[in-house]
Design a binder for this molecule. Structure first.
Ligand code: GRF
Length: 316
C-alpha cells in the first residue's frame, strides 16, 4: 500500500513511519511528503530519498486555488492512505470527499479531551493525572473523526517529560494503527441504503457519496447488508423503534427475534480473526450505532470486539 505523509514540523512521527517501512515492520511504501511550510520533516525526507512537495498557502490567490493544487499534488502520488504527522492545517472537505476513511491523524491527547493546538500543554494546565494519544480518521470536524486507537499516558512531574513520554507512545501507536489499516483490515460492511439501494422502510434511501467512494476503493471483502430486508421484511414496511431493548414495529409487533437472529447470521459469516470496518446508517433500529444501539451494531461489537470499527455516515 502507498502512504503519503502530510507534515508541518519536526517530523518525528514521519521519521518513525519511514523507519518502520524501511525495516519491514510496516509493509507500506512511503511515496511522498507534502508540507505547507519549510520544516524539519523535509530534511528527514531528503535523507530517506522520499519525494517532497511544498505547498505554501501564501503562494496562492485564494483558498480554492490552494485546495485545487493540494488535491492535484496528493493525487499525483496516488496514495492508498494519507497520514497526517503534525500537519498544522485543516484538511479541506474536497480532499476528504476523494479519500473518505483514508486520511488519518495522530493527536496528543485522549480525544475528545483537549482538541486543537497545544494539546499536551492543555492537559498539563488542566492538571489531569492521565492524558494520552489518539489515532483517528479525519472528517470535517476538527479532531473528531472515528477513533482508531488510543493509549493512556500518566502525567509525570514536568511538562518536558510529559512531552517526551507522549511522543514515545505516538511513535509506537501510529505504526500499530497504520499496520492495522493497511495490512489487517480485510472486510468492510456497509448498510445497503447508504449505497443508494432502495431498501428503506419508506422506499427512500440515504445515499452517501463518501460511503460509495470508500467502498469502491476498498481492497478486501465488501458485505452490503440491510438486516431488516434480510430478515424478510419488505419495502415499504412499517417503521420500527427500539423500545426497552426490543425492536417494535409501529403496528405493535415485536420483531426482536427476527432482527436479532438475522444480525447474528450476518455477523457470523465474517471471519472474527480479521479486522472489519462497518459503515452503518445511524439511528436505525437494526443498523444504527447511537445509543440505544441498533441491533446490528450491537451484534458486531459483541461478537467481533476489538476486531471491528463501527462508523456511521455522519462520522465519515
Ligand atoms: C505530534 O504530537 C502529533 O500528535 C501532533 O503533532 C505533533 C507532531 O510531531 N499532531 P512531529 O512533527 O511528528 O514530531
Amino acid at each position: 500500500m502507498k502512504v503519503l505523509i502530510l507534515a508541518s514540523g519536526r517530523g518525528s512521527n514521519f521519521e518513525a513511519i519511514l523507519k518502520a517501512s524501511k525495516n519491514g515492520t510496516l509493509s507500506v511504501d512511503v511515496v511522498g511528503l507534502v508540507c505547507d511550510r519549510e520544516c524539519n520533516a523535509i530534511n528527514i525526507a531528503n535523507s530517506g530519498s522520499v519525494p517532497v512537495s511544498v505547498l505554501k498557502p501564501k503562494d496562492y490567490n485564494s483558498k480554492d486555488e490552494y485546495t485545487k493544487k493540494l488535491i492535484e499534488i496528493v493525487g499525483s502520488y496516488n496514495p492508498d492512505y494519507i497520514i497526517l504527522a503534525g500537519y498544522m492545517r485543516i484538511v479541506p472537505s474536497e480532499l476528504i470527499d476523494l479519500y473518505p476513511l483514508k486520511i488519518i491523524n495522530i493527536h496528543p491527547s485522549l480525544l475528545p479531551e483537549f482538541k486543537g493546538k497545544d494539546a499536551i500543554k492543555q492537559a498539563w494546565d488542566a492538571g489531569v493525572k492521565t492524558t494520552g494519544v489518539t489515532v483517528h480518521f479525519v472528517n470535517d470536524k476538527m479532531d473528531a473523526g472515528l477513533i482508531i486507537s488510543q493509549e493512556k499516558v500518566p502525567v509525570p512531574s514536568t511538562l518536558e517529560s510529559l512531552e517526551e513520554n507522549i511522543h514515545k507512545v505516538e511513535h509506537v501507536l501510529y505504526i500499530k494503527a497504520i499496520k492495522m489499516l493497511t495490512q489487517e483490515l480485510k472486510c468492510a460492511i456497509v448498510s445497503k441504503c447508504l449505497m443508494g439501494e432502495n431498501v428503506r422502510y419508506d422506499g427512500g434511501n440515504k445515499y452517501s457519496k463518501r460511503v460509495e467512494t470508500f467502498i469502491n476503493n476498498f481492497k478486501g471483502v465488501v458485505l452490503k447488508v440491510c438486516p431488516e430486508l434480510d430478515a424478510g421484511l419488505g419495502v415499504p414496511r412499517n417503521p420500527m423503534d427500539i423500545i426497552n431493548g426490543k425492536v417494535i414495529s409501529r403496528t405493535g409487533q415485536d420483531l426482536s427475534q427476527q432482527i436479532e437472529s438475522t444480525c447474528k447470521r450476518i455477523v457470523r459469516s465474517i471471519d472474527p480473526k480479521i479486522k472489519t470496518l462497518a459503515v452503518l446508517k445511524d439511528r436505525s433500529p437494526s443498523c444504527g450505532k447511537s445509543l440505544p444501539y441498533g441491533m446490528f451494531a450491537e451484534t458486531l461489537i459483541k461478537e467481533l470486539g476489538e476486531n471491528v470499527l463501527v462508523v456511521t455516515e455522519e462520522e465519515i
